[in-house]
Design a protein around this ligand. Structure first.
Ligand code: FAD
Length: 430
């Protein structure tokens, strides 16, 4: 009999809650990773750097586990197919895994839990991806918070009262002793390796220390660049949150936003394709395909918008300040459905995360949890003046600025602003 530990968005051995508890079991623990075809088959780009990143991390885990005399079982298929094979080949006492709060993951886990039951196997899940999970931060009436500020206050209060500590002592001796098991290769799954530059998973303390002063300026190296590592669990959120509390409260606040949007998605799975505020589904989006294409390619004639989109297209990253500007521009200036922009970001962002991306887009479109009404419309020129005064960021990505090659503005700012205000007002007054 064996115990399985199933890795998903927690691709690390250190401070991994589910793994820690699995290793308390005497029955040999066999770690598992499944390359899930339900997810992979939907990706369009053979050279998707996120797949390469996961693949590299999985090989690294396998190597580390083999150094400890065990291995990593790597499967390729749907989770149901993978488990059907596993139940044929092994007698599984229990499956240990860390909880994931996205709608797809919840459904997947229900299916596997049911399969496990049919085989007399226990299915156990643990909190690992967040400091506080959905349900832990509730208001006086026991309901989830719809607004960020009170949520963050309670979060901080609870954080100071709770002993949040990384787990250190792992019973590695309880790993299943076995020869290495060969896994599937990237090529066998139809992907190619991509050498996209992924920032280090080591938090830069100097950056975090000055985060409140530097975070808004896209030309600076002023944010942590840990998004992809938080997404795939190649860094422990507990360690990072403890560090953040010590170094910079503004930074800690951003980690709370991450948990806020995860919680919103958990309690409101409909936001995946609907406005959080239902009335906003009435907005008659213009959805002009040519304009959308110009936005995607960074050819709107608004330098800060174009710089952001080109940074995204070339690197898989865009600075947060600029994400807000381009998202506001798409939804307000061009009146294009926020879901179009959201889907484009989902394809391109290395740090893509359903809850944060959806939250960010609905915030920009004014359809989300934010109490600010729709008439917050970013002015690209004054945003540039405030946050990229010397045009360092803009010029880095838009080298033809000021030449004939650079396109004229796709729409006049004043006109677009008024059109957005009128359109939103009419839709909401109905
Ligand atoms: P830092 O500024 O160093 O912040 C540290 C970490 O805090 C981030 O890595 C992230 O995990 C978390 N965080 C920071 N800001 C937010 C926020 N507003 N909401 C939720 N979590 C936050 N973030 C994603 O992780 N994935 C996305 O797909 C994503 N899409 C976005 C789309 C739009 C339209 C907007 C406006 C924001 C989006 N964000 C998203 C939030 C934010 O822009 C990124 O988290 C941040 O830019 C990543 O860079 P960083 O790691 O240097 O962040």
């Amino acid at each position: 009999k064996i115990t399985l530990f199933w890795f998903r968005r927690d691709l690390r051995l250190e401070d991994n809650t589910g793994l820690y508890y699995a290793l308390q079991q005497e029955t040999g623990v066999l770690p598992l990773f499944i390359f899930d075809r339900n997810i992979l088959d939907d990706l369009e780009d053979q050279e998707d750097p996120r797949v390469s990143f996961i693949y590299e991390q999985v090989l690294q885990l396998k190597k580390e586990l083999e150094e400890k005399g065990s291995t990593l079982l790597i499967k390729y298929g749907t989770p149901e197919q993978a488990y059907a094979e596993i139940f044929e080949n092994y007698q599984v006492e229990a499956i240990y895994t860390n909880r994931d709060y996205e709608p797809y993951a919840i459904k997947r886990d229900k299916t596997i839990e049911k399969m496990a039951k049919e085989h007399g196997t226990t299915f156990l899940t643990f909190k690992d991806q967040v400091v506080f999970e959905p349900g832990e931060i509730l208001n006086g009436s026991g309901e989830f918070y719809k607004v960020f500020t009170p949520f963050s206050k309670v979060w901080l209060q609870k954080f100071s009262e709770t002993k949040v500590e990384p787990l250190n002592y792992f019973h590695w001796k309880n790993l299943l002793e076995t020869e290495p098991i060969k896994g599937v290769t990237l090529e066998e799954m139809g992907f190619k390796s991509s050498d996209q530059n992924i920032p280090s998973s080591n938090p830069d303390e100097e950056i975090i220390k000055h985060y409140d002063q530097t975070r808004n300026f896209p030309a600076l190296d002023g944010t942590s660049r840990l998004g992809i590592h938080l997404r795939f669990g190649t860094i422990s959120i507990r360690k990072l949150a403890i560090k953040a509390k010590e170094l910079n409260e503004t930074y800690l606040n951003e980690l709370i936003w991450r948990e806020f949007y995860m919680m919103i998605l958990f309690y409101n799975p409909q936001v995946v394709d609907k406005a959080f505020k239902p009335a906003y589904d009435q907005i008659p989006w213009r959805n002009n395909k040519k304009e959308f294409e110009a936005w995607c390619q960074g050819k709107t004639g608004y330098p800060i918008v174009d710089a952001g989109m080109r940074q995204l297209n070339q690197t898989g990253y865009m600075h947060n300040r600029v994400r807000m500007i381009v998202a506001s521009f798409l939804t307000k200036h061009l009146l294009i459905d926020w879901r179009w922009g959201e889907a484009y970001f989902a394809k391109k962002l290395l740090d893509y995360d359903l809850s944060a991306n959806n939250g960010g887009w609905q915030w920009a479109a004014g359809t989300g949890t934010d109490a600010q009404p729709y008439f917050r419309i970013f002015n690209p020129a004054s945003q540039t003046e405030k946050f990229d005064k010397e045009l360092k960021y803009v010029k880095k990505w838009v080298s033809e600025l000021g030449t004939e090659k650079y396109p004229n503005p796709i729409v006049d700012h004043k006109f677009a602003r008024q059109r957005a205000l009128d359109t939103y007002k009419q839709a909401l007054d109905r």
